[in-house]
Write a protein that binds this ligand. Sequence first.
Ligand code: ADP
Length: 483
Amino acid sequence: MVKPDLILLALDDSPLLQLMGRALRAAQYEIAVVQDVASLEKALHESSPALVLVGEVFAGEQGLKLSANMLERFPTLPVLLYSEKDTSGLAKEVLLAGLSGYLCPPLRMDDIVEAVNRSMARARSLGDWLRRQVKMTTASLEERAKLSENERSRFEAIFSNIQDGVIVLNRENAILFLNPSIHDIFGLGSNDITGKPLLEVISHPDIRTLLTRAAGGPLKYHEINLDNGQVLNAQVTPIPGIGSAITMQDISYLKELDRMKNDFVHTVSHDLRSPLTALLGYTELMDRIGPLNEQQREFLQRIQSSVQHITNLVNDLLDLERIEAGFDTRRESVHIESVLKYTLDTFENQAHNKKIALVPIIGADIPPLRANPIRIRQLLDNLVGNAIKYTPERGKIQVGVASRDRQIILQVSDTGPGIPQNEQARIFDKFYRASNVPDGAQGSGLGLAIVKSIVESHHGRIWVESALGKGTSFFVVLPAQDA
Ligand code: ADP
């Protein structure tokens, strides 16, 4: 049998209380009568009434105040107020306090039961609505939780199957996630290392350099050289709100290809040297063994110029190899501004022929370099030579030498065609020529590779700033002798 609903009567003793009790019992409600506020509180907590009927004044307290207090704690509990008089403001007060309704004499038993039934029905539908809302909200939360869980597993599956190594770090460089490739590469085993500082888990000097670089400047990548010969290219990408992600690709095969290419170039250049010298020698002898006609002489000159061209190329390649291998160890005190004078003399004629203004700007008190003067000359010749080669007629070239903080700064600026932004990083690569080299500007793409090797072997830095159609500036910074 269904338990009858309990109606709590908080009314001072009176014949009306008896009437109400009788009417409600007859309507199959269970009745509990409380006589003071303490028992009202107790009954509210212990017997969960379905409705409370409060007298306008109950046990010396204001019924409206008691009701407001009850509704604050049990907002869905229907509360009816009994008042002796139906004053004009009563309905408003009842409404403002959030009660379900009120009863006033004259009262018949039917009126009492009907008012209670109505309030209970409203409370029931409110309860049903609330339950439905809670159910819907719970379902949508569950759905969302399921979705984000699904997403998490999907991401984990993707990262776990990626061949590249992936590390996700928080802002303090502690590990949030590592994929299996990283475990394999660094032999980390299966221990859970989440939350530990990356450098504690992988204490590789190249990883340290990578993190320092990423923290301190725009360079976010570094090569990681492992003891087993494997070479990885690692990049750091900041992740807003989380920290950063490091991705690593195995570039060992590219390094191997590079080595093979260098070996090949070395062998070919080396083996070409002697036959080229012989060729040049014999072409020079031709004139001596018998008279040549005009056309023969012209052809011979063309052969000589081509052979000279190949010889220069071979010499450049061998030079580059020597510098890169660290065999270029000659060091002495060199005044760059003095070497620059020779370079400017050499190119004076070419600049003059193209009506280019070649302007040196030499600062005061330039300290000497500790360098190989031949390489410094080669560096200046290449940069100034390129500026003249690529700058159209009537252009301007400025060659500045200055010193700051025990460093020598060389700047070669021209008003030439500029270098496309996306190619600027590659012009220092061997054999690379930008896509906008003007027709007729001959070259092998080795000059800047040589310049860069010279700068690096002297512990300096080189970079380019260039805008299409406006011009190009090359900057070289070299440490002074006593720096
Ligand atoms: P190259 O023999 O082609 O001059 P470099 O290694 O000296 O080879 O230069 C590489 C490329 O860089 C050039 O082919 C050219 O596209 C570009 N470059 C170098 N210097 C300049 C410059 N001053 N102005 C415009 N482009 C330049």
